[in-house]
Design a protein around this ligand. Structure first.
Ligand code: EPU
Length: 419
């Protein structure tokens, strides 16, 4: 088990080149399982979740090689449709492979990924949709067996009760090789969905409407090889912007996706930070003390304020002048970072979906534990702004989503080391 030792109080200044998006890379790697040939993915982040996805692919008979920020995946000779339980447990997003395996092999066996990180994360919408596409699904003691009797999924009209990102991705992955047309109503509109569809189209898939709430997929017989560059990680971007807002200083984010980060930036601007963006770069400078955000910050599906950026922005707002209020509408249990922030001196009151943040002049270092990926990143944001030294443990959560976290922060003047 490793820790971060963070000495707070240093302003950040310099340039940060953003990593590729974790939440695009994982479904795209699942998508590469559908391809009868070799896919080269560029701008892949080096993350433990990506290594887990690679192990899943290799176990299914694909050949996945990761080198620097490139993944080469050859799924010409796939052989297996079962993801072993130990691999399912490594990463919650392993469930993303279900649609792809089913689409290619006509059957798959997975298990419910365990643990409670953000509260209950059911997969009912995934299962209902896949059964509409012809899968017969049985759940025996947490093992899920799916089989399409005639081997090929069929197109279907599916209306989601909530625009679930994972369910939308699983349906798309199953639909690209299905017989006929699939229509998804109330589909998720997240940029990572568009990235997945962009990749699949490069391989010959016929998909329209991604980025809107109705997506139409016309099944094709086969997908072909391609080279594809994964989009930048808008949540890592939001994290480094929050860090600069919390600590002061000025940063240029390079390789950023501006339009996709806009729902976050428009809220961050209300804190008084100067933010300019052009040519895939976002510049931020904090002027004076941060101001609180007057309007309630409601997490919503895209293009609303992203739930993944709630914790990191909160970590900046705990020292803002005035009171800010968050409302978490996506996950039931996404305020687990607040105890650590309170231990560092923050004034936070959680009441159901709402968290009320009364800004304090300063935080102090403490011994704290990362509770989940974004919560852990938020603790690092707070620690970099606090007075004194923070020992942040359980940092494997952070390694799931941030490439070279401590190197990037050290390079712009933050004092952080791994022990
Ligand atoms: N939900 C259901 N039933 C389902 C599916 C979802 O009730 O069948 C509920 C969930 O319990 C949750 C809500 O719907 O309350 C939203 O879940 P969604 O399916 O949209 O999220 P996800 O696919 O599990 C992805 C990201 C998350 C991100 C959410 C929302 C990946 C690998 N994960 O999760 O990212 O928070 O979308 O944008 O893409 C992270 O990066 O830290 C992270 C958690």
């Amino acid at each position: 088990m490793q820790d971060f030792i963070i000495t707070g109080g240093n302003r950040l200044s310099g340039e940060i080149t953003l990593q590729g998006s974790k939440n695009s890379t994982l479904p795209i790697m699942a998508g590469a399982f559908l391809v009868n040939g070799k896919c080269t993915l560029l701008n892949c982040p080096k993350l433990t979740d990506v290594y887990s996805a690679s192990r899943i692919l290799n176990c299914l008979g694909s050949i996945c090689r990761l080198k620097n920020n490139c993944a080469e995946i050859d799924s010409t000779a796939v052989s297996d449709s079962v993801i072993p339980e130990n691999l399912m447990r490594e990463m919650r997003s392993s469930i993303m492979f279900m649609g792809a395996i089913l689409g290619r092999m006509g059957e798959c066996t997975v298990s419910i990924p365990g643990g409670c990180e953000l509260g209950p994360r059911p997969i009912d919408m995934h299962l209902t949709a896949l059964s509409k596409m012809g899968a017969e699904i049985t759940d025996r003691h947490g093992k899920i067996f799916c089989k399409i009797p005639d081997g090929r999924a069929r197109g279907a009209r599916i209306s989601l009760s909530f625009p679930s990102v994972g369910a939308t991705e699983n349906i798309i992955l199953c639909a690209v090789l299905a017989d006929g047309e699939t229509v998804i109503n109330n589909a998720a509109r997240e940029p990572e969905i568009c990235d997945l569809c962009g990749f699949l189209r490069s391989c010959g898939a016929k998909i329209k409407g991604d980025g809107e709430s109705r997506i139409i997929i016309e099944g094709v017989r086969e997908l072909h090889s391609c080279e594809y560059t994964v989009m930048p990680d808008r949540i890592a971007g939001a994290t480094y912007l929050s860090m600069t807002a919390a600590t002061g200083g000025e940063i240029i984010l390079k390789n950023a996706c501006i339009a996709e980060t806009e729902p976050f930036i428009s809220v961050l601007e209300q804190t008084g930070c100067r933010i300019y963006s052009a040519d895939n770069r976002i510049y931020i400078r904090r002027i004076g003390r941060l101001k609180s955000v007057k309007d309630r910050i409601r997490t919503m599906p895209h293009p609303g304020f992203p739930t993944d950026a709630q914790a990191v922005l909160m970590a900046a707002l705990v020292t803002a002048d005035g009171t800010s209020v968050f409302e978490e509408n996506i996950f039931d249990c996404r305020y687990r970072h607040t105890d650590a922030l309170i231990k560092m001196g923050a004034d936070i009151q959680v009441m159901g979906k709402a968290a009320v943040i009364r800004g304090v002049p300063r935080l102090h270092g403490a011994e704290i534990e990362a509770t989940d990926l974004r919560g852990g990143a938020a603790m690092a944001v707070a620690a970099l702004a606090a007075e004194g030294i923070t020992k942040l443990s359980c940092i494997s959560h952070i390694d799931r989503g941030y490439e070279n976290f401590e190197k990037i922060i050290s390079a712009v003047g933050g004092k952080i080391r791994r022990e």
